[in-house]
Ligand binder design. Structure first.
Ligand SMILES: [Zn+2]
Length: 65
């Protein structure tokens, strides 16, 4: 998963992440603006995306039976 972002310095849009890493439930994209050279990182909480899957996988129905 990788999402483009906008440069916070010069507002250039559609910049693809230069580096991507995942830690626990955090997905961190590192960006570098090809226009002004500004670098930044954006962290996204993966639980927001995988909530449905996580609940199905990690919460067995105790009231079954
Ligand atoms: Zn820029």
């Amino acid at each position: 998963m990788s999402l483009t972002d906008s440069c916070p310095s010069c507002c250039r849009r559609g910049i693809a992440p230069a580096t991507t890493r995942t830690r626990g439930n955090r997905h961190i994209d590192g960006y570098r603006c090809p226009g002004c050279g500004h670098q930044w990182a954006t962290a996204r909480d993966l639980t927001a995306y995988s909530d449905l899957h996580a609940r199905r996988a990690q919460r067995p129905n105790r009231k079954a039976a």
